[in-house]
Design a protein around this ligand. Structure first.
Ligand code: HEC
Ligand code: HEC
Length: 567
């Protein structure tokens, strides 16, 4: 063997030096947090009052549902494809504006390995409140409804507020793809809250390099897929878009803090404290500029809080994660060095759905300070002397609410507050704060609200229940292909008539729905005033397929459902 030459030695020395420099410069430790482990750990402390009254169960507390479910029921089912869901939110907006939406090709969500520049993750935030009418209160989705869609994973993640239960619901729309039967399920919260640590929305801080509000990211998307909008979301967004999105996640996050202040801050017996908090909140909402946080009345709230406030304070969860710049990370000398010691996520790696935690853990780790799994210190720790509950409670009411109350009380805030003072203590018993319940306590005549009743909804479904396998009743197959997408798992009970736990139950339910025969009788009803009742709907992706299958195919389907007069 030859002796190593001088040249070899020099190369070895240089290589070693580079490796050492890389290690020194990039000492920013890599995260070792495992999502699999985190999702298992239970909280270490005894349950607080708000944890007891707002439980962290996977399914929503009985008799309550997410805003998302209500929205879907009100609109007869889940629209497909995704741009139609976006259009639905736009339609609800009083001025018809599109929701706040962003593209995130290389993000940090659970499904990050399934997105790329060609099919980036889409996040959407509703940004509207609807007006009240003389008989009904409007909705308040601003800061209360968020979507995250990863097309390659065929999955929409949904985070929306549950008015009656006082918490955000974590849901998934699985199998959301063309010709598929989507399933709307409630996710395992323990998984979601590894990153969404307050059980609330989260988002990065400025300057939001991961989003297409930044030119470099938008350019990369445009290079991969052209400049045409992706599911109606523009490839280039102004920086004001992630900024607004960030604000909306903060609004949502503070709902949680407000519930804690309302319940724990005032305590189990704190009806008078909650009364004072509401009274001040209405005063603040009436005239924010004129509000005096040092007034005797504000001090009265401080005194009431002092009697019950948890001694360690009330924490506001940290909903902001540090900015991360996936493109910048690769540039310059540091980027080159970093490429020597780390590798990128290859497309398609990692979790393919929200149960795939083992695969997620195999991805190259992020640096600790940008890893959403890293346990974050609270954004704030509030004390009995803080009256942030006042601002939080004020934020529960919409602009329209303040106007409605004004109209009822002759725009005299003293009269409104006299009413608050006169409400029975029961109104302020320890239960989650509900804007709708409070409005109705304050109004002479209670008004309806679209999104509370659950008796017309099909039962909520937990994730992990296996989809239906049709092996015996093969006559169900065409229904699976052409109808299940909208009539199985539809949150609206009246449209959920193809549901059922097993094949036989599904067949029985389907056969009990006589209207199906008519809905499939295109020959008879086309061109008549009943044409709009023909199924599938004209604008659905299922329609052209069933049309292609031909009239005999539809006739066969009809035979599955016995006619009214058959025996
Ligand atoms: C590994 C960390 C992680 C886990 C686990 C996780 N998320 Fe997220 N999620 C994020 C990050 C980071 C964002 C914000 C940026 C983005 O979307 O890329 C986000 C955003 C969202 C959004 C958009 C609203 C918002 O908060 O900005 C929804 C909806 C969402 N997640 C739902 C879920 C659901 C449902 C689960 C559980 C099944 C879940 N997430 C689990 C990291 C995670
Ligand atoms: C893209 C979604 C979609 C698909 C696919 C679809 N439907 Fe419907 N279906 C609806 C909606 C929405 C309504 C409610 C229409 C209304 O009330 O005006 C409805 C209503 C019906 C009704 C009337 C229910 C009632 O009690 O009023 C029947 C019956 C029906 N569908 C049968 C079918 C059959 C059979 C198929 C498959 C061949 C099918 N649908 C496919 C969305 C769909």
């Amino acid at each position: 063997m030859r002796q190593p030459t001088r040249k070899h030695l020099t190369i070895t020395v240089i290589a070693t030096l580079i490796a050492i420099t890389a290690w020194v410069l990039l000492r920013q430790p890599a995260s070792t947090t495992s999502i699999t482990e985190l999702a298992k750990t239970a909280p270490l402390h005894a349950q607080t009052l708000s944890e007891k009254l707002i439980p962290e169960t996977d399914l929503p507390p009985p008799g309550t549902r997410s805003l998302f479910d209500h929205l879907i029921v009100q609109n007869d089912g889940l629209p497909y494809p995704f741009e139609k869901l976006i259009a639905l939110l736009q339609k609800q907006h009083p001025e018809g504006q599109t929701p706040v939406s962003l593209l995130i090709p290389h993000g940090r969500s659970l499904l990050k390995g399934q997105a790329d520049d060609a099919r980036p993750r889409i996040v959407v935030a509703a940004d509207y409140q609807t007006g009240n009418t003389p008989v009904a209160l409007g909705t308040a989705p601003q800061g209360q409804l968020f979507l995250g869609f990863v097309e390659n994973a065929k999955e929409i993640e949904v985070l929306s507020y549950n008015e009656a239960a006082g918490r955000f619901e974590f849901q998934l729309v699985q199998n959301y793809c063309e010709g598929c039967v989507p399933r709307i399920v409630y996710a395992r919260r323990a998984i979601c809250t590894t990153c969404h640590q307050g059980a609330t929305p989260i988002f990065s801080q400025r300057p939001w390099n991961e989003t297409n509000g930044q030119q470099a990211t938008a350019n990369a998307i445009a290079a991969a897929r052209g400049d045409k909008p992706y599911h109606s979301v523009p490839v280039r967004q102004p920086l004001s878009m992630p900024e607004r999105y960030d604000q909306l996640t903060d609004v949502g996050n503070f709902l949680k803090a407000t519930q804690k202040l309302w319940l724990e801050g005032c305590g189990a017996e704190g009806a008078e404290c909650r009364r004072q908090m509401l009274s001040l909140a209405l005063l603040y909402a009436d005239n924010p500029g004129g509000f005096d946080a040092k007034s005797a009345e504000a001090d009265r709230l401080r005194q009431l809080q002092a009697a019950s406030f948890p001694k360690d304070g009330v924490t506001v969860p940290e909903s902001d994660i540090h900015n991360r710049d996936p493109i910048g990370e690769k540039q310059g000398f540091k980027g080159w060095l970093s490429s020597l010691v780390t590798r990128d996520i290859r497309f398609g790696e990692g979790a393919k759905d929200n149960e795939d935690l083992g695969q997620f853990d195999k991805l190259p780790p992020l640096a600790v300070d940008v890893d959403p799994l890293t346990l974050r210190a609270p954004k704030q720790v509030l004390k009995a002397t803080d009256i942030d509950g006042v601002y939080g409670v004020a934020g529960f009411f919409t602009e329209a609410d303040i106007k409605t109350l004004g109209e009822q009380y002759g725009f005299d805030i003293r009269k409104l507050r006299a009413k608050v003072a006169a409400l029975p203590p029961e109104t302020f018993a320890a239960r989650p704060l509900s804007r709708v319940a409070m409005m109705n306590a304050l109004l002479d005549k209670p008004r309806q609200y679209c999104c509370l009743k659950t008796d017309e909804m099909s039962p909520p479904v937990a994730s992990g229940v296996p989809p239906l396998k049709i092996v015996r009743n093969l006559q169900l197959k065409p229904y699976e292909e052409h109808c299940f997408a909208c009539h199985r798992g539809n949150p609206a009970k009246r449209l959920d008539f193809m549901n059922g736990e097993n094949e036989d139950a599904v067949l029985a339910n389907l056969q009990a729905k006589k209207e199906i025969r008519d809905a499939l009788d295109w020959e008879r009803y086309e061109g008549t005033d009943k044409a709009s009742k023909l199924m599938p709907p004209r604008d659905s992706v299922q329609y052209p397929k069933l049309k292609k299958a031909g009239p005999e195919f539809r006739q066969k389907m009809r035979e599955t459902v016995p006619g009214m007069f058959d025996f």
